[in-house]
Design a protein around this ligand. Sequence first.
Ligand SMILES: Cc1cc2nc3c(=O)[nH]c(=O)nc-3n(C[C@H](O)[C@H](O)[C@H](O)COP(=O)(O)OP(=O)(O)OC[C@H]3O[C@@H](n4cnc5c(N)ncnc54)[C@H](O)[C@@H]3O)c2cc1C
Length: 324
Amino acid sequence: MNRMNEHGGICVFSEANDLILELLGKARELADKLHVKLTAVQFGKNAQEKANELVRYGADKVYALDNPALEIFQDEAYLNVLHDIAVRDSPEILMIGSTRNGKPLAARLATRLDAGCVPDCIAVELDGSGRLIGERITYGGNALARVAFKSKPQIVTVPARAFEKRAPQERKGEIVKLDVKVEPSRVEVVERKPLETSSERVEEAEVIVSCGRGLEKKDDIALLKQVADVVGGQVGCSRPLVEDRKWFSEWIGLSGHKVKPKLYIASGVSGVIQHVAGIRDAKIIVAINKDPEAPIFEIADYGVVGDLYQVLPALKDALKKQLQ
Ligand SMILES: Cc1cc2nc3c(=O)[nH]c(=O)nc-3n(C[C@H](O)[C@H](O)[C@H](O)COP(=O)(O)OP(=O)(O)OC[C@H]3O[C@@H](n4cnc5c(N)ncnc54)[C@H](O)[C@@H]3O)c2cc1C
């Protein structure tokens, strides 16, 4: 049955440029299965230009709100627009990026629409009757919950890197310019400054050399950096190196970045579930740990039982030789 022209469909939104493309990748697959229209929402300066990109990445229709006042995320204004679109189009699925702004936005939208909301889905699929099932990590990373909806719209939030972008294609889509009256914000932005983070984004790295509490002092990060430099990778870490030792500003894991590198080298990381939750999509995991019983060996593709202070320099030399 072709329901392409009926009311309904799937609507995606994220204020994060990459994340909305990832959402479109998965949403396109679902829309094709359900034979429904895929709509995206784009706010801010150059919204129409960006809307064309969203069409290339899978959207059938994009609402473009080319309003400089909406360039920066504004919870009330974004919520009103998404609510109006949801009321007008009655999408059966609303997929929103799980960002710091997106999660509360989705929760508020669900409240207004009297709908269910499943946050932080790392996977979504349709059951036999076309109902959405969201899968999320729960109990501190110890279990996976599969949650089905009992009503529509079905609202999910999805974190970065859960889904792949599709390859962009030249496709035709409808771009609908929307003008909305933006009420003056009740919040004044006093100052904006970039977060002090490593210059590159660890979640985009193809190779990550990471360390845990097995690393004794901050200066020893140089050992990891030397290995990472040989293979064009980046350095990452477990949460205690940020929270307790303050050596880094971002960590990898359940409550940190979820990464998908081709190669993940974990040195001096025990491999508890909360860390593993962030690296389960790595293609190859190499573990270096002096404790042969460390849980990281259970998920590693290759394991080296040894002292990272000996193994990392030897690995660097071997890699250098190999790549010469
Ligand atoms: C709600 C919640 C969320 C959390 N989220 C995260 C998260 O997102 N990411 C995260 O990482 N953690 C997270 N944690 C913390 C997590 O539970 C662990 O405490 C943490 O991951 C352990 O870090 P680690 O492996 O570096 O340290 P440890 O568990 O102390 O392991 C250190 C390892 O280094 C090895 N080692 C020591 N010296 C050497 C050496 N010289 N050479 C080789 N190996 C050596 C040891 O054998 C040991 O296995 C979370 C915890 C909670 C409660």
